[in-house]
Design a protein around this ligand. Structure first.
Ligand code: NAD
Ligand code: UDP
Length: 342
């Protein structure tokens, strides 16, 4: 049976908002819950500008069990949940581990308990390639074992996957898919929504665009002495719109199955790109010579990780379609438009 009404937690955030646009465009009804700790209510108007539709919105903190239960008493009609809401700063999590365990793990527990009152049996979880730690072999498949993750953030993703496994096991008809994202980049083509990190960006792409627009003096390249072709670290960068589409495919997949679903699926392009590849692509699409300096390696960084993404293709009929230049171009378009128009 086709799913129609989707609850999206963290739907005003970066990946959530792009996914909401895709869901609305595909005809789903969307209800967002978000505590706005890392996003802004104005996102709803931005989504409206793109889709001509306004998703339902409830401001709610998943850490608050009573509020979560009240929400599910009032709203009973969801066919599925996509759970993005989490804190995501790897570095911050090292210094504030309890905040991360409470937000990401307790948040999931409250959501599962609250929603269990309403018999909502389809659940998509935002996991991450960080669950693999520092792999011995790349590309990683879904059979690659969990590795040691130096950050509490990474540990929360491993724990949440385990919780979902156990929960699914305990029930005859609870369906879960954990999508293990690699490195999302870029923005919607319109430039109306994109990634807006608070404070100094940790991630590569927003640091590049903020340097190019003059907010940061230079980009520090963290290490050029890795055993990689150009000496810089390798990741699997994936366009946020491709990632958004993978969520719609996951929801469609639930509707097609008769048996129980419990899957982990890599969402990447299958191609490893270096930090210099990103810089060169950015320089090409923007026509700007980026100011960067080589600095030491960042603690905890993995040398190389990229996905074997064939499971997503076989199971979900999903494949990344957009190129690295599409990613850097759309990120730059968003940065310029946002700084000019807000
Ligand atoms: P984001 O911070 O832009 O969005 C997360 C949203 O969740 C925000 O709007 C925030 O306000 C909300 N939120 C956080 N805690 C909440 C709570 N307790 N109750 C209600 N709302 C809450 O992050 P994003 O980049 O869109 O990431 C979305 C998900 O994808 C996260 O689970 C993240 O861990 C995961 N992920 C992100 C990346 C990445 O590089 N961006 C990579 C892999 C996985
Ligand atoms: N990186 C960098 N300078 C920065 C930010 C990131 O050289 O200011 C590198 C980082 O060392 C890694 C890659 O860019 O090799 C991607 O880092 P990001 O933080 O975006 O994602 P991660 O893979 O660490 O989650």
């Amino acid at each position: 049976m086709a799913l129609k009404n989707i609850l999206v937690t963290g739907g005003t955030g970066y990946i959530g908002s792009h996914t909401v646009v895709e869901l609305l465009g595909s005809g789903y009804n969307v209800h967002i819950i978000d505590n706005l700790s890392n996003s802004d209510r104005s996102m709803l108007e931005r989504i409206h500008q793109i889709t001509n539709k306004i998703p339902y919105f409830t401001q709610l903190d998943l850490r608050n069990k009573i509020d979560v239960f009240k929400f599910f008493e009032k709203h009973t009609k969801f066919d599925g949940i996509i759970h993005f809401a989490a804190l995501k700063s790897v570095g911050e999590s090292v210094f504030q581990p309890l905040k991360y365990y409470e937000n990401n793990v307790v948040g999931l527990l409250n959501l599962l308990e609250g929603s269990s009152q309403n018999n909502i049996n389809n659940f998509v979880f935002s996991s991450s390639c960080t669950v693999y730690g520092s792999p011995d072999l790349v590309p990683v498949t879904e059979h690659t074992k969990f590795g040691h993750t130096p950050s509490p953030y990474g540990a929360t993703k491993q724990m949440c996957e385990r919780i979902l496994d156990d929960y699914s096991y305990s029930s005859s008809d609870y369906n879960t898919i954990s999508l293990r994202y690699f490195n999302p980049l870029g923005a919607h083509d319109s430039g109306i929504i994109g990634e807006l990190p608070s404070g100094i960006p940790n991630n590569l792409m927003p640091y590049i665009t903020q340097t190019a627009i003059g907010i940061r003096p230079y980009l520090a390249v963290f290490g050029n002495d890795y055993s990689t072709p150009d000496g810089t670290a390798i990741r699997d960068y994936i366009h946020v719109m491709d990632l958004a589409k993978a969520h719609v495919k996951a929801v469609e997949y639930f509707a097609l199955q008769t048996g129980k679903v419990n899957e982990k699926i890599n969402i990447g392009t299958g191609k490893g790109k270096s930090v210099f590849d990103i810089i060169h692509s950015f320089e090409k699409v923007s026509g700007i010579k980026l100011n960067y300096k080589i600095e030491g390696r960042r603690e905890g960084d993995v040398e190389s990780i990229y996905a074997n993404a064939t499971k997503a293709e076989n199971l979900l009929n999903w494949k990344a379609e957009l190129s690295l230049d599409d990613m850097t171009r759309s990120a730059w378009n968003w940065e310029q438009k946002y700084r000019k128009e807000g």
